[in-house]
Design a protein. Structure first.
Length: 166
């Protein structure tokens, strides 16, 4: 059974991530979406919220069955080993992503040569899209419906409402 890991912060999941999830699922028997629990990065959403949003998005937008969403901390390569994955999936939006991604892929391959990284070039319509842009737009009350799956839009706005009311 070929198992792939699609790791990321997913803070929050975007339509670009969903596109990669759907395309990568076709390559492997099981796709594990690894949600990085990294408080140093100061995510807007907790790891539990991000896992829940991804599960909701997959449930409401796809009929994928062999996808699991799991939060992880520490080294990605350790998580890949735990999950018995032989493939790490990452998306490349632009040449600016490449240098960073190449370095991480090569480091991970040095740490475990049985795990290979496969890059998906992001679909053109999402090549500009990032979770950071979504957060910036939402923080000012802007329209994010072209950027994130519909079923999580309200949750993103609610998060900013709850922050403002503290
Ligand atoms: O969505 P992101 O924030 O670009 O995802 C980055 C991620 C989670 C892939 C990367 O930060 C990661 O793998 N972190 C775990 C620590 C690790 O294994 N680093 C690679 C060795 S340099």
């Amino acid at each position: 059974m070929k198992i792939g890991i699609y790791p990321g912060s997913f803070d929050p999941i975007t339509l670009g991530h969903l596109d990669i999830i759907i395309r990568a699922s076709g390559l492997v028997d099981k796709l594990v979406i690894g949600v990085l629990r990294n408080n140093a990065k100061k995510p807007l959403f907790t790891a539990e919220e991000r896992v829940e949003y991804i599960e909701r998005v997959i449930r409401e937008n796809t009929n994928l069955k062999s996808v699991e969403v799991i939060a992880f901390e520490g080294l990605l390569i350790e998580f890949a080993r735990q999950q018995k994955a032989s493939i790490i999936v990452r998306g490349l939006r632009a040449i600016t992503d490449f240098e960073y991604e190449l370095q991480i892929a090569q480091t991970n391959h040095k740490l475990d040569s049985k795990v290979d990284t496969i890059f998906f070039t992001t679909s053109v319509e999402y090549s500009y899209l990032s979770s950071s842009a979504v957060k910036e737009i939402a923080s000012f009350g802007g329209d994010i419906q072209q950027f994130v799956p519909e079923c999580i839009i309200q949750s993103v706005y609610d998060k900013y409402k709850s922050i403002r009311s503290v």
